[in-house]
Design a protein around this ligand. Structure first.
Ligand code: HEM
Length: 413
């Protein structure tokens, strides 16, 4: 027998109040229903820190393969037929959508391309780009940090990492928003799925050509490394590499945009901590970024497909059911963090799960942290008097899975 959430709590999970402030709902989940079936999401919900961590680590019973299959289950046959290319794609394995041993091979290939020296070498490029975006935005006294900086910076960088010339950046922006409107939302409509399918196919066609070109004319860049490297005689298959390019684009964009937006919002809405940061940036920037990642996790909810029926926390998870790991709820668990609802840029230790845990631990974490560090350094150096625009009501994005400001109006001084 499944323990189901009370219908009131069930409804709260998709309410506007949840988008605004999920933390009271998370608290109730941790106390009243630490592991329970959610009718609305049609998924198991796991909310306490230790359970979320154990769930992220459970590669015996939980799988990353065919996680999105469930989305097509209740679709009308006519809609499902129109989405055959999208369904085909979700049946492919890529670095995130695979389990060992395929995952082990693909992860090693991506890790090789995203090596520590490679990411470190991007710092100068990130600084030039971020300085350009910040200087352009701050020519007027009031600007939107999300539209002008947090949104474009990660997408430009990923387009460059994937080998695209500057004039093609707008394509990547469009593909990324279309694909994300479907992928990873946990719910979908056939209309959104069709738009996502069209953009995904365009991205694949584009990347296929670019990869073939790099194979003929190798360059000293990440996409050439991804296309050419073999470890123990094995590289990516064509489909695996295309799907991995999509993962790098989608996994790296919205999450980083939210990290940047949350960082600026949290620091400026805690002026005493902004001041503290200004007095000792070298020491405090790293711990401030970790605290932002904990306090407002950019990815609030991760998910897995049940691979083998098993019991977890007294509940029986059946094969092919979904499990939602509420990272955002785990980050406010008082069993793990002292005064979890307090934002504290000096917090240590801070063992958050913002980048996941264990074998699927985020491969872009170093890049995301570097982008955040560079942006923060430039803001502290060039716009130390920057303030939130008090006259504009603040609004979170309407997404349950991700958390970040919809827009963030700042005043230069
Ligand atoms: C603040 C920014 C980011 C956050 C919060 C974040 C979060 C995550 C999380 C939670 C996972 C684990 C998924 C799972 O267990 O199924 C993950 C995996 C991954 N992320 Fe990120 N991510 C961020 C930035 C990036 C960037 C910038 C890139 C690349 C450019 C990236 C690429 C990946 C990849 C390739 C994986 C799959 C790793 C694997 O399955 O072995 N991420 N990320």
């Amino acid at each position: 027998m499944k323990t189901r959430l009370l219908s009131e709590l069930d409804a709260l999970l998709i309410s506007p109040a949840m988008m605004e402030n999920p933390y009271p709902v998370y608290r109730r989940l941790r106390e009243e229903a630490l592991i329970a079936w959610n009718e609305t999401w049609q998924a198991w919900v796991v909310s306490r820190y230790e359970d979320v961590k154990a769930s992220l680590k459970d590669k015996e019973n939980l799988s990353n393969e065919r996680r999105q299959d469930v989305l097509f289950r209740n679709m009308a046959p006519a809609d499902a037929r129109q989405l055959s290319e999208l369904r085909h794609y979700f049946n492919q394995k890529d670095v995130i959508g695979s389990d060992p041993p395929d995952h082990t091979r693909m992860r090693a290939l991506v890790q090789n391309a995203f090596s520590v020296p490679t990411i470190r070498a991007l710092e100068t490029r990130i600084r030039v780009l971020a300085e350009e975006l910040i200087t352009d935005a701050a020519v007027i006294p009031s600007f939107d940090f999300i539209a002008d900086i947090a949104h474009p910076l990660p997408v430009i960088l990923i387009a460059e990492i994937l080998g695209a010339p500057p004039e093609d950046r707008p394509l990547f922006k469009r593909w990324c928003s279309d694909i994300l409107a479907f992928q990873g939302t946990g719910t979908t409509t056939p209309e959104k799925a069709r738009v996502s399918q069209d953009s995904l196919m365009e991205l694949f066609e584009y990347m296929d050509e670019l990869i073939q070109d790099r194979k003929r004319n190798p360059q000293d860049d990440i996409i050439t490394t991804l296309a050419m490297t073999e470890i123990d005689g094995e590289g990516f298959s064509r489909d695996e590499l295309l799907a991995t390019c999509n993962t790098i684009l989608t996994a790296g964009h919205e999450t980083t945009m939210n990290l940047l937006g949350n960082m600026v919002y949290l620091l400026l809405s805690h002026p005493e901590q902004w001041k503290q940061l200004q007095s000792n940036p070298e020491t405090l920037i790293p711990s401030a970024i970790e605290e932002v990642l904990r306090y407002e996790a950019p990815k609030q909810r991760n998910f897995r497909r049940v691979n083998a029926s098993h019991t977890f926390g007294g509940q029986t998870f059946e094969q092919d059911e979904l499990v939602f790991q509420l990272i955002g709820a785990a980050h406010r668990d008082e069993r793990q963090f002292e005064e979890p609802d307090r934002f504290d840029i000096t917090r240590k230790p801070n063992r958050h799960l913002a980048f996941g845990f264990d074998i699927h631990l985020c491969l872009g974490a170093a890049l995301a942290r570097l982008e955040a560090k560079v942006v923060l350094e430039i803001l502290l150096e060039t716009l130390p008097g920057i303030k939130l625009d008090e006259g504009t009501p603040f609004k979170w994005q309407d997404r349950v899975q991700f958390r970040g400001p919809g827009f963030l109006l700042l005043n230069r001084e």
